[in-house]
Design a protein around this ligand. Structure first.
Ligand code: XMP
Length: 620
C-alpha cells in the first residue's frame, strides 16, 4: 500500500512542528525539509506545505528554493511566509506595512475556493504577519480577504494555494477543516497513515536494531518513558529489558511508589528502583570543564539542570555496573518525542534532517552513544498527544496515559533559590512605578517588582527576568483586569516577564522581602506537601498542568507560594486557567485558605497570571 505523505518545507516558522502534528492527526504522514530541498526528493510526495517564517520575501537576501517545485504537478499550500512566496513567484508584490496583524482576526472567504469548502463566509483565524500582499499576481485569484488585505490566494489549475493566516493552530477555528480540504480534496488523499500501523512499525524498528541484546530504559513515571518501556516489552524478550527508575529526592508526593506500582503492571521483569536522593543533593560534578554543585549551593537554574542531568547518568552507570552491563556498550532507550528530535536534526525523524537547536535529550553523552548506534528512540514518530493515544492502545493505565508533564529535574526547579545578587536599579524602579501608575492603580491594584528571576520566552528568545507581584483586592479580584495587567507590565518594561497576583491579602501590610534561599531537603519537602494540595484541588479540565512554586519572599514570614496553572494543547503556547471561568473563585479561595492554615511558614499565596509567552510554564 502507498502511504499518503506530505512534505513540509520549513521557512523557519515557530509553528512548523504544529503543522507536522496537525497533518499527522489527519492520518497523513509528513516529513520536514529545509525550503531549499531538491525537487528530486519532493517528487515522491503527494502534497507540499510551505511553512511560515520570520523573514521577508522582498529583501535582497530572501530564502532560496527551487522554483520547479511549483511545476511538479504536486499540490502546494503556502502558509503566511509561504503564501507571500507563492504570490511573489507568480509575479505579485509583497510589502511591509500594508497591514500588520497579530492575533485573532475575522476574514471573509470566497466560497468558490476549494480550501474553504463547507465553511461559512466569515471565519475567525490567527494572523501573525508584518508583510502583506500589496499586489496579487495576475494569474492568482483571491481566496479570502481581511479588510483590504489578501488572506488567501490560489491558482486552481496549478493546484497552488496560499493562506496568510495559520490554519495549523487552535486559534483558527476551522483550521482542521481547511487542512482536510487541502489534503483530501485537493491532494486527493484518504488518510491511511494509521496509529496502529505506526505502532507496528515502531516495534519492528526496535526488533531490527536490538535483536536479542539487553537494553536499559530509564522510566520516570511519565507517559513518554512508560510508552518506551511498553514498546520494548512488545518488541523484545522481556527478560532483556532493564527498566530503571531513579528517585532523586525531587519527585512529587508518593510519586516513586505509584510509578513503580504502575510500571510493574506493564509486565516489566527487571524493574530497578534507585533511591539516590543523597547523591543528587551532595554531588559536585564537572561539566564543560567547570565544577558544578552541590545542589544545595546553586541558584542558576541551568546549573541545577546540568548537575541533575550529570548525576542521572552517573546513577545509571552504577546501576548498569551492578547488573554486569557495560554502560558504554549497552543499548539504551529514550522516550524523546518527534518535535524534539526534529529540532535536534535526528536522522530517525527525517531523511533530510537539519539541526534547529540541540535538545536536552541530545546532549554530548547521548550523541556519542548515538554515534555508536546504541540509542533507541522508541517514540521518534509521535507528538505528545499521540503518545498518549499510543499509551492507551498499548493498554497502559490511564493514570500514566493522562499524566501531567513533570520535568526531569523535578521539584529542584520549582524551589526558586536566591543568593541576593540581583538588585532592582533606580531606573527600573522608576519605570515600574510609572507603569503601575498607568495600568494598575487606576483600577485599585498595587504592584511590586521582586528581584528574583524566572524564565520566559519573548520574541522567540529565552528571557530571564524579574517577577512582578500585584495586589489590591484579594479574592475579590476582577480576573479580566488582572489578566490585562499581566500583559501590560511585560510589554511596557524590559526587565519583567512574569506577573503573580496575591490571593490571600488585599493590602500588603509591610515591605516584601526577598531573602537568600538554597535548595535543601526541608524546603523540597514543604513544597512537596503544598504541591500535593494544589494538584488535588485544581487538576481538572481544562487545566493541562498545575503545580506549586516555592519563593524566597515574604513580609513577616520566610516563604511565599505561587500556584501555576496552564491551559494548552501543545505546551508551545498557553495561558493560565482563568479564575471565574476555567476554575471557580470558590475553589481558589478554599485552596488559598487551606495553604495558609496548614503551612505556617507561608506568607503570600500567589496565582501566576502570566501566559506563555511572555513567561514559560515552569519558572525555571
Ligand atoms: P516550559 O517551561 O518550557 O515547559 O514552558 C513546557 C513543558 O515542558 C515541561 N518541561 C520539561 N519536561 N524535562 C521534561 O521532561 C525538562 O527539563 C522540562 N522542562 C520543562 C514543562 O513542565 C511543561 O509541561
Amino acid at each position: 500500500m502507498v502511504i499518503d505523505k506530505i512534505a513540509i518545507l520549513d521557512c523557519g516558522g515557530q509553528y512548523t512542528k504544529v503543522i507536522d502534528r496537525k497533518v499527522r492527526e489527519l492520518a497523513v504522514k509528513s516529513e520536514i525539509f529545509p525550503l531549499n530541498v531538491s525537487v528530486d526528493i519532493l517528487r515522491e510526495y503527494h502534497g507540499i506545505i510551505l511553512s511560515g517564517g520570520p523573514g521577508s520575501v522582498w529583501t535582497d537576501q530572501p530564502l532560496t528554493y527551487d522554483p520547479q517545485l511549483f511545476s511538479l504537478g504536486i499540490p502546494v499550500l503556502g502558509i503566511c511566509y509561504g503564501m507571500q512566496l507563492i504570490n511573489q513567484y507568480f509575479g505579485g508584490v509583497v510589502r511591509p506595512g500594508v497591514k500588520t496583524e497579530y492575533g485573532e482576526t475575522e476574514i471573509e472567504v470566497e466560497p468558490a475556493c476549494p480550501l474553504f469548502d463547507g465553511l461559512d463566509s466569515k471565519q475567525r483565524v490567527l494572523m501573525s504577519h508584518g508583510d502583506s500582499v500589496a499586489q496579487i499576481a495576475p494569474d492568482l485569484k483571491v481566496g479570502a480577504r481581511s479588510g483590504n488585505v489578501m488572506a488567501a490566494v490560489y491558482h486552481e489549475e496549478r493546484k497552488v494555494y496560499g493562506v496568510q493566516f495559520h490554519p495549523e493552530v487552535d486559534l483558527t477555528e476551522n483550521g482542521k477543516v481547511i487542512l482536510t480540504n487541502f489534503l483530501w480534496r485537493i491532494c486527493g488523499l484518504s488518510g491511511n497513515y494509521l496509529l496502529e500501523d505506526r505502532i507496528q512499525t515502531a516495534i519492528a524498528k526496535i526488533k531490527e536494531k536490538v535483536k536479542d541484546e539487553k537494553i536499559l530504559v530509564l522510566v520516570s513515571g511519565g507517559v513518554d518513558s512508560a510508552v518506551s518501556a511498553a514498546l520494548l516489552l512488545k518488541a523484545l524478550q522481556p527478560e532483556n529489558v532493564y527498566a530503571i527508575h531513579i528517585d532523586h529526592g525531587l519527585m512529587r508526593k508518593n510519586e516513586s511508589d505509584i510509578v513503580c506500582e504502575n510500571l510493574a503492571r506493564l509486565g516489566i521483569v527487571h524493574l530497578l528502583r534507585e533511591n539516590a536522593a543523597g547523591q543528587f543533593f551532595d554531588s559536585v560534578v564537572e561539566a564543560s570543564g567547570k565544577k558544578i554543585g552541590p545542589l544545595t549551593q546553586l541558584v542558576d537554574p541551568e546549573e541545577k539542570r546540568n548537575l541533575i542531568g550529570e548525576v542521572f547518568i552517573n546513577v545509571v552507570r552504577q546501576t548498569a555496573a551492578r547488573l554486569n552491563l557495560d554502560f558504554d556498550k549497552t543499548f539504551w532507550a529514550q522516550g524523546t518525542l518527534r518535535p524534539d528530535l526534529i529540532e535536534s536534526g535526528n536522522p530517525d525523524v527525517s531523511s533530510f534532517a537539519h539541526r534547529i537547536k540541540t535538545h536536552h535529550n541530545d546532549v554530548d553523552i547521548v550523541r556519542k552513544a548515538r554515534e555508536k548506534g546504541l540509542v533507541v528512540e522508541t517514540n521518534w514518530d509521535w507528538h505528545k498527544d499521540e503518545v498518549r493515544q499510543v499509551a492507551r492502545a498499548l493498554g497502559i493505565d490511564e493514570s500514566i496515559a493522562a499524566r501531567q508533564p513533570f520535568p526531569g529535574p523535578g521539584l529542584a526547579i520549582r524551589v526558586i533559590c536566591n543568593d541576593g545578587q540581583y538588585q532592582i536599579s533606580d531606573a527600573q524602579s522608576r519605570l515600574f512605578e510609572e507603569v503601575i501608575g498607568k495600568v494598575a492603580q487606576p483600577y485599585g491594584y498595587e504592584g511590586s517588582v521582586i528581584p528574583i528571576r524566572s524564565v520566559g520566552v519573548q520574541g522567540d528568545c529565552r528571557s530571564y527576568r524579574y517577577l512582578s507581584v500585584i495586589s489590591g483586592k484579594g479574592l475579590a479580584m476582577e480576573w479580566d483586569r488582572v489578566y490585562n495587567i499581566s500583559k501590560d507590565i511585560p510589554n511596557q518594561t524590559d526587565f519583567i516577564n512574569r506577573v503573580a497576583y496575591v490571593l490571600n491579602k488585599s493590602k500588603l501590610d509591610g515591605l516584601l522581602n526577598c531573602h537568600p534561599m538554597y535548595l535543601n531537603p526541608e524546603n523540597v519537602e514543604l513544597l512537596r506537601e503544598i504541591d500535593d494540595l494544589v494538584v488535588k484541588k485544581l487538576n481538572r479540565k481544562p487545566v493541562s498542568q498545575v503545580f506549586a512554586v516555592l519563593l524566597p519572599v515574604g513580609i513577616t514570614k520566610k516563604y511565599s507560594v505561587a500556584i501555576r496553572t496552564i491551559v494548552t494543547n501543545d505546551f508551545m503556547t498557553g495561558r493560565p486557567a482563568f479564575i471565574g471561568q476555567d476554575v471557580s473563585m470558590d475553589l481558589i479561595a478554599e485552596l488559598s485558605r487551606d495553604i495558609e492554615s496548614k503551612f505556617s511558614a507561608i506568607d503570600l499565596v500567589l496565582y501566576d497570571v502570566t501566559s506563555k509567552p511572555p513567561a514559560t510554564v515552569e519558572w525555571q
